[in-house]
Design a protein around this ligand. Structure first.
Ligand SMILES: NC(=O)c1ccc[n+]([C@@H]2O[C@H](COP(=O)([O-])OP(=O)(O)OC[C@H]3O[C@@H](n4cnc5c(N)ncnc54)[C@H](O)[C@@H]3O)[C@@H](O)[C@H]2O)c1
Length: 437
């Protein structure tokens, strides 16, 4: 294990680069602008609100995480985005319909100043939308170079000392790693030959890593979770993480399932269905994009319940996930879960959850935490997959051959212990014997 010797200070501005300026991105940026102006509090953000216990329970040391590790401050963030639509961040936020007009009006100036750069887009990967603001000439390699130029220009014009990229664009169709994703050399040849297996999000990730920028994937599709991208991240000493923000229904699932398992209660069925009416819902109405989502949504439960270790409790679970596009609801999603469980002597019981959530309100603080922690990881010299950030994802990336940890409480412990380890503090095991000696 590599020792952290010194974390470079968070000096200067941190540029946040975001492909996709829809509901999540605009809610994130508007939120940061509102918080900076004292109009709101950063509710839902671990970097801004959570504390971390250090030492024994009797020591009374529980600083805020942001006072314990050197994170970039909200006043130091600057934003650069790409989108296939030309709307400014203000217009896109209005269109997304998440935040109310009186708040947006107060933020009109900073949001109107953010105009998306021309996107790298391919309708083979996102079927339901099309827009005018795209880079339409050249090979995939030419497009990667254009993105690198965008990154250079943004760095100069914004005066950012450091950058981090996070994908908040639409979910691309499901596809598996192909021959072109196996090595960096294969991938670069594929870019030059316009290989159809290379998606736009992979071109952004390549451009980011080549430019020395860490990359986080907020969507469920294949991007940095390929051998080629992992090789590039290691070679450039850059952190990567993903994938698919853990909000809404899967967040609920990873709260409830570990609890049932902790008491050795059985589960025979888990039926999850959603209605949502935002653009994300429209994209997910396409079976290819839904398949990307379904994969990350289904895997969480299986990994938490471990049916191989507990066949009597979980071997025959019937798990179904549905997403239904229903325009009247906009961003206000409703997610229903019916959970059929069984207890002592096999007696059946049921749990019903009806979560009236707001997708982007749940996702925005995750974007903030991820970019701040990715920047921290880079300054600490941590490269490759950042498993400690699994806490934020439905489909956490891990080293090849290692199963991901989905239990949110274990994920949080891993995150906090990583911060303790970075700062040379004792890890907390929760053994507690020392109090009774
Ligand atoms: N909101 C949540 O709770 C949540 C949770 C998990 C994952 N996600 C994922 O986050 C992503 C963003 O969600 P959203 O609700 O903001 O969606 P959205 O549809 O409102 O915004 C996505 C934006 O990406 C743009 N886009 C698509 N392809 C692009 C490309 N190649 N380059 C640049 N821009 C591109 C679209 O034009 C759109 O403006 C989606 O992939 C979604 O599945 C969201």
């Amino acid at each position: 294990m590599k020792e952290i010797t010194k974390i470079a200070p968070a000096r200067g501005k941190l540029g946040i680069l975001i492909p996709g300026m829809g509901a999540v991105t605009t809610t994130f940026i508007a939120g940061v602008e509102a918080i900076r102006r004292g109009l709101a509090k950063p509710i839902g953000s671990v970097t801004q609100l959570a504390t971390i216990r250090l030492g024994k329970r009797t020591d009374g040391r529980s600083p805020l995480i942001q006072d314990f590790v050197p994170l970039a401050g909200l006043d130091d963030l600057v934003f650069g985005t790409w989108d296939i639509f030309e709307d400014t961040c203000f217009e896109a936020a209005q269109r997304a319909g998440v935040l109310e007009a009186p708040l947006l009006d107060k933020l009109r100036d900073p949001l109107s100043a953010i105009r998306p750069m021309k996107a790298v887009f391919d309708q083979e990967f996102v079927k339901r939308i099309t827009g005018p603001n795209v880079k339409d000439k050249g090979t995939k390699m030419d497009k990667a170079e254009m993105l690198m130029e965008d990154i250079r220009n943004f760095r100069e014009s914004s005066g950012a000392a450091r950058l981090a990229m996070i994908w908040c664009g639409s979910t691309e169709v499901f596809h598996k790693a192909a021959a072109v994703h196996q090595t960096l050399k294969d991938f670069e040849c594929g870019l030059m030959k316009d290989d159809p297996e290379i998606s736009p999000s992979q071109i952004y990730a390549y451009a980011a890593l080549k430019s020395g920028v860490p990359y986080a994937n907020g969507a469920p599709h294949l991007t940095v979770d390929t051998p080629a991208m992992m090789e590039l991240a290691r070679e450039r000493e850059l952190p990567i993480c993903g994938k698919d923000f853990k909000t809404g229904q899967t967040f609920m699932k990873t709260l409830i399932a570990p609890g049932l398992k902790s008491r050795m209660l059985g589960v025979s069925g888990w039926f999850s269905t959603n209605i949502l009416g935002n653009r994300d819902g429209e994209v997910l109405d396409d079976p290819g994009s839904f398949k990307s989502k379904e994969e990350t949504k289904l895997s969480a439960l299986e990994q938490i319940l471990q049916p191989d270790l507990y066949p009597d409790l979980y071997k025959n679970i019937y798990h179904k996930v549905r997403i239904n596009y229903y325009p009247p609801r906009g961003d206000a999603k409703e997610g229903w879960d019916n959970i059929d469980i069984f207890g002592w002597l096999g007696y059946p019981m049921q749990i019903k959850i009806d979560f009236l959530c707001r997708d982007s309100i749940l996702a925005a603080p995750l974007v903030l935490d991820l970019v701040l922690f990715m920047d921290l990881a880079q300054r600490a010299g941590m490269r490759g997959v950042q498993e400690w950030l699994s806490f934020y994802f439905k489909g956490p990336m891990t080293a090849p051959g290692l199963y991901p940890e989905h239990d949110i409480f274990i994920q949080l412990m891993k995150l906090k212990n990583t911060l303790r380890w970075m700062q040379g503090e004792d890890l907390i095991t929760h053994l507690g014997q020392e109090y009774y000696d």
